[in-house]
Design a binder for this molecule. Structure first.
Ligand code: FAD
Length: 489
């Protein structure tokens, strides 16, 4: 039986393993942590459960697809619900806006609470849909590095429509043309953060993202985000895949320009195919030290990182929902501070995710589990302890002002995740959340391919390679890898 080794049990590593097992491979997954999921994990503290990383679940069809491929019913493993309410937005001047999943209702909300008109939202979302329809086949679902991708009618049709994807102005410029109210421009610009980019630099092609959320919907896994990981691990184990935890892979074995397996605990483990779910930067720097390094790819700008305060709060807030955003007053200044100065603005946009709103046992009675996050730069050796202490004060000040509380008195437990710990826990270079940034028009073409052009039978999956970061794209990278690797029979 042909053997495959997957390095890393991040969501893309697990999904790649499942696809290879279904192609007839005997698959071993080596994971350096004691648990699966990488960034998509959870922890408990003082009676509160927290999803450690991702909090927004979109495109559940890519998860479901894996169960269906295996001939299983997705609902036997994994349940989730569609959200009626996508996000609650707050501004310091007292404006509150709810983004409803029902677009008509959202348009009414915008007309009632801002100076923008209903039609502005419809035009914005129509453009978003158009970009999705053009880019989906070309940029997301196929390798950009295989000629075959381009030699079919749907792709050729998409290529002819590329001038319509709005690649030659920034998101911020485009959004100023869609919305007359500054608050709505800010709402639209925020989508750049969904892949760690800067709306004042990133091409307006990223306006594809609202279509994913507003058209396909935002969802909540009934047992929390970590259940995405756990349910796929259950499926993988059922398919005979073996997970080896606390197992850091030290080297990828290469002989005569072909991979032969890996070295772990100083021992060789042989395989016909190796898939690396480790960040491509560290795959080259740590596991392929003797290989030719793709310098141009590895030196690209990284996406932003995050600073998260996991707070147990002994109060329940009616004005808050599952997803909440407290916007900064000067968004452009905030992004300049993150991307140009590599610092944290004194007035950061604060995101609070509260899963106990939908999953009551995530917090003790009368309490809430707050996942409080701000966007911060990638780790280039800043004085994080000083930055974090200052950011905490600024975040609390902003929340106190908006919710008219004294948060210090309500906090019963705290844990912190910052770019350094994101880097050390998942081997993500500079603690970036989404691999490389999409701050220029060519970003999609500059990500590493899902295979090595120099080393036979070596593949790459996950948020640091094509098509990019975030759960849906990480799952698509696994799909591309799975479809590229030949079946064993
Ligand atoms: P990872 O999750 O990084 O997993 C890689 C795994 O490989 C890790 O478990 C690591 O330990 C293991 N590994 C690495 N090297 C080795 C080695 N040499 N040997 C053995 N094991 C190794 N996405 C969304 O869709 N929605 C969100 O709301 C969202 N929010 C986020 C918030 C935060 C705070 C973070 C950190 C990320 C967020 N993301 C979000 C991004 C999303 O989590 C990632 O894009 C996705 O989980 C990446 O999955 P992955 O499989 O590529 O890699």
């Amino acid at each position: 039986m042909s053997k495959a080794i997957v390095i890393g049990a991040g969501i893309a590593g697990i999904a790649s393993a499942i696809r290879l097992a279904l192609k007839g491979y005997q698959v071993d997954v080596y994971e350096s942590n004691a648990y699966p999921g990488g960034k998509l994990s959870e922890f408990e503290q003082d009676g509160f459960r927290f999803d450690a990383g991702p909090s927004l679940f979109t495109m559940p069809q890519y998860v479901e697809e894996l169960f269906k491929l295996a001939g299983e019913l997705p609902q036997d493993y994994f349940q989730y619900e569609k959200l009626d309410e996508v996000c609650r937005y707050f501004w310091d001047d007292g404006t509150h806006l709810t983004a409803w999943a029902d677009t008509e209702k959202f348009a009414d909300e915008i007309a009632a609470k801002t100076t923008s008109k209903r039609e502005e939202l419809f035009a914005f979302l129509a453009k978003s849909k158009q970009i999705y329809e053009i880019t989906n086949h070309v940029f997301l679902e196929k390798s950009l590095h295989k000629l075959a991708t381009f030699l079919n009618i749907p792709t050729l049709k998409s290529i002819l429509r590329l001038p319509q994807i709005d690649a030659f102005r920034t998101m911020a410029k485009a959004n100023e043309s869609f919305f007359s109210d500054k608050k709505m421009v800010q709402y639209a610009n925020r989508y750049a953060t969904y892949n760690g980019s800067n709306p004042y630099q990133a091409p307006a092609t990223l306006n594809v993202i609202p279509h994913l959320e507003q058209h396909f919907g935002a969802y909540f896994p009934k047992n929390g985000m970590f259940d995405i990981t756990l349910s796929l691990v259950r499926l993988a184990e059922r398919l005979g895949i073996k997970f080896h935890y606390n197992s850091y892979v030290e080297q990828i074995l290469v002989e005569n320009k072909e991979t032969k397996g890996i070295i772990i605990h100083a021992e060789k483990r042989f395989a016909d195919v190796v898939v690396s779910n480790m960040d491509v930067y560290f795959t080259y720097k740590n596991l392929l030290k003797d290989a030719k390094q793709p310098q141009q790819i590895l030196k690209q700008e990284r996406s932003s990182s995050a600073l998260i305060f996991y707070w147990g709060v002994k109060k329940q807030f009616k004005e808050l929902g599952l997803h909440n955003i407290f916007f900064s007053d000067d968004y452009q200044k905030e992004f300049n501070t993150i991307f140009k100065e590599k610092g944290i603005d004194d007035d950061p946009t604060v995101y609070i995710n509260i899963t106990s709103k939908l999953k009551a046992d995530d917090a003790p009675e009368g309490c809430e589990n707050w996942f409080t996050m701000i966007n911060v730069p990638n780790n280039i050796g800043q004085d994080w302890d000083t930055l974090i202490a200052k950011a905490k004060l600024n975040i609390i000040k902003k929340i106190n002002k908006n919710l008219k509380v004294n948060l210090d008195e309500l906090m019963v437990t705290e844990a912190i995740l910052d770019p350094r710990t994101i880097e050390s826990k998942s081997f993500s270079y500079q603690g970036s959340l989404y691999g490389t940034s999409s701050n220029n028009q060519f970003a999609a073409f500059l990500r590493h391919a899902n295979f090595s052009s120099k080393i036979k039978n070596l593949y790459f999956t996950g948020g640091s390679v094509h098509p990019g970061g975030g759960i849906p794209l990480a799952l698509l990278s696994a799909k591309i890898v799975g479809e590229m690797i030949p079946s064993t029979s």
